[in-house]
Design a protein around this ligand. Structure first.
Ligand code: GTP
Ligand code: MG
Length: 200
């Protein structure tokens, strides 16, 4: 899919403040620092549209970007940020949790996992929460430039096995490297198809 236009619409602290629901939305969730904002920039091919940082906890609000005047990319704050206090954790659960579970136009929630990590409890819990609430999901293994292809395949297989304990058919899986511009076409192709299904 060709990206013709991208415009930043709004940063919202909670679901009630989000832009009026209408077009299909594709949101990025995952631990802080996993590469959500970088993946958004990769997809739209703009280096600094969403702010990224090597320090976790950079994205603090729900950010809507309108693409091709017809669908939204949504950059979300991360979870599992060790230095975040209890208050920040609660606010994450309310704002992002609410958005994920109650945004009716959420066409797919991409849950990002650092491909170097073994399955972590809070990632699995988050996938489980979204899955059991019937949120349409896909999993993205990020930072693939950090691993050899053998280790990457092994890690993905470990993850698949872990997911198959609760999923009859695991969600679609993508691999990306924002550093090496890898995985862009696959995700854009998936979004293009999902956009068509959204209006069926
Ligand atoms: P929060 O907003 O804090 O939740 O983080 P985030 O998930 O949006 O992560 P962000 O995109 O800001 O990236 C975090 C760090 O990882 C930055 O230093 C990025 O440059 C780096 N990074 C992101 N994607 C990749 C990747 O594919 N490969 C490599 N090597 N580094 C990456
Ligand atoms: Mg971010």
């Amino acid at each position: 899919m060709e990206i013709r236009t991208v415009s930043f619409i709004k940063s919202s602290p909670d679901l009630a403040s989000c832009p009026g629901a209408g077009p299909p939305e594709y949101a990025f969730a995952g631990r802080s620092n996993v590469g959500k904002s970088s993946l958004l920039n990769l997809l739209v091919n703009m280096k600094n549209l969403a702010k990224t940082s090597s320090t976790p906890g950079k994205t603090k609000l729900i950010n809507h970007y309108l693409v091709n005047n017809s669908w939204y990319l949504v950059d979300l704050p991360g979870y599992g940020f060790a230095r975040a206090g209890k208050e920040a954790r609660n606010s994450f659960l309310t704002s992002v949790g609410d958005y994920i579970l109650r945004r009716e136009t959420l066409a797919c929630l991409f849950i990002l996992i650092d491909c170097r990590h073994e399955p972590l409890r809070n990632d699995l819990a988050f996938i489980e929460l979204a899955g059991t609430n019937e949120v349409p999901l896909a999993i993205v293994f990020t930072k693939t430039d950090k691993l050899s292809s053998t280790t990457l395949s092994r890690n993905i297989e470990v993850y698949r096995r872990s997911l198959s304990q609760s999923w009859e058919e695991p969600p679609p899986i993508f691999t990306t490297s924002s550093a090496q511009h890898a995985g862009r076409e696959e995700i854009l192709g998936f979004i293009e198809m999902a956009n068509k299904n959204f209006y069926l």
